[in-house]
Design a protein around this ligand. Sequence first.
Ligand SMILES: Cc1cc2nc3c(=O)[nH]c(=O)nc-3n(C[C@H](O)[C@H](O)[C@H](O)COP(=O)(O)OP(=O)(O)OC[C@H]3O[C@@H](n4cnc5c(N)ncnc54)[C@H](O)[C@@H]3O)c2cc1C
Length: 500
Amino acid sequence: MSLSLDIKFFLLFLLIIQVTPLNTRTFLDDVGCEIVQYPPEILGPVPHLKECLSTINSLVVYPGDPNYYESIKTFNCRYSYFPVVIIYVTNILDIQLSIYCANTLKIPVTARSGGHSFEEYGNGGRNGVMVIDVKEFNQVSIDKETNTAIIGAGNRLIHIYRKLNQAGFLFPAGTCLLVGIGGYATGGGYGFVARKYGMSSDNVISAEMVTANGSFLSSINSTHHSDLFFALRGAGNAGYGIITSFTFKIYPIPPIVTAINISYVSEQVDLLFMSIAKVAKNLSDKLTPDIRILSENDRLYIGSFYGVFLGSAEEAKSAVNELIELTEPAFTKFVELSWEEAVEKSPRFERQPFKSTSYVIAPPGLSREGLKFLRNFINNIECTTKALFYLMGGAINKFSVNSSAFMHRDSLYMLQMAMHLEGHNKEVQDKCFEKHLQFSQEFRAKYAIYFSYQNYIDRNLQNWETRYYGHHFPRLVETKRKYDPNNLFNWAQSIPIKFS
Ligand SMILES: Cc1cc2nc3c(=O)[nH]c(=O)nc-3n(C[C@H](O)[C@H](O)[C@H](O)COP(=O)(O)OP(=O)(O)OC[C@H]3O[C@@H](n4cnc5c(N)ncnc54)[C@H](O)[C@@H]3O)c2cc1C
């Protein structure tokens, strides 16, 4: 009997599947991110979990379920990590029950909001954890009398901006609209209006959270659980519990804003940075710009100064007049628009494999030598890399270093070196990655100060504890021990319960 061609192919396919070890089988998802099939070892606790979680109402996804791979897609797809269960919690009781099961079965727990962690900590950053996804906690309740809003911890920034906008308000948050507020505002949160109103965490008035013993703390603020309130604003995404909502200060939207784009050709980039060092101190806090340096390959404009000015084009021009006179840029554009348009115009980034590192640069800024070193790296690395300098100052410095766990005040820039790995094979990716780490070590030692920004989390960073949290680290460990003594919420860079 002869088999049809289709059946032969099918049998061949089955044979290939059988001889390929489970944990090395890979496939590409819709944006070309490689996914390795979950390793069978993670399945051990599944039957016990199914029994323990049988009474909860929320959606529970296990390895092997049809929507499992969809449920573990995070923004950075450099690695794949495989949770043992993902629970899309819809109410506090289900969070408490999930935590009870995790404690009973000794399974580590991680919270997930927007899935934009640089190191995929939203999936635990390793295999076999319980992910409590809070995306259903997406309320935005606005109080126009007190200029405050209660914001569910599972909201993406775009949803919050839109809701607030409808009521005539804004809040200090980032330019990447799909980031989750749960992981963003808890690690500082730099964004559109940081120099006007401070970091996002500076604008949190209170929070609600479920702790490791299942207690629901409904008012964490400057008078109740003030130790936790301190920790959550800067280290709240580092393993204290499952935050369910925040109360934020919100601000009236200005009638008009102006998008500024000032660009420079390669020869002008040094002058741009030397000039910013001069003008930054007196720059209006209505402007929170980032300054970018790109690779010289195939581009005309290598340096750019971007920002949204809270006011008219005329005011915006006058705010950057000194910089323009000093630098004579190759290109300038000032576009008046509504706040809503400015927000909506922000680029949406696709899920992708990448590696970022971060640095804090003190006034007066990078030396010429430092700039040369950085540009040399960007121009010669095979994987597209850009340097993003976020200008600090203004309201960020009005909050004291000891007001919260976010301690990077009085610096000139936070710098992100963002390396895109997509489109390269594994060998090239690994080479780029290694070169990035070498660059990082030397650049950090020679040209940056000691600290680093915790929202741009980097698992290769040595001494991350004090680089992210400085002298607050012992206090954060003490608070962690108080609220999570058995270290239920733990991963590579969560706050530990003791000093190692
Ligand atoms: C494309 C892109 C653009 C970005 N732009 C900016 C920017 O402009 N400014 C800036 O400051 N940062 C920016 N970031 C960094 C971003 O703020 C952090 O990666 C942040 O942690 C992502 O939060 P998330 O909720 O989306 O991620 P997730 O992966 O869901 O979570 C990140 C971390 O926060 C914890 N967490 C999440 N929700 C909760 C919760 N409810 N309770 C307790 N812990 C929680 C998770 O356990 C995890 O450790 C950007 C990141 C990306 C990928």
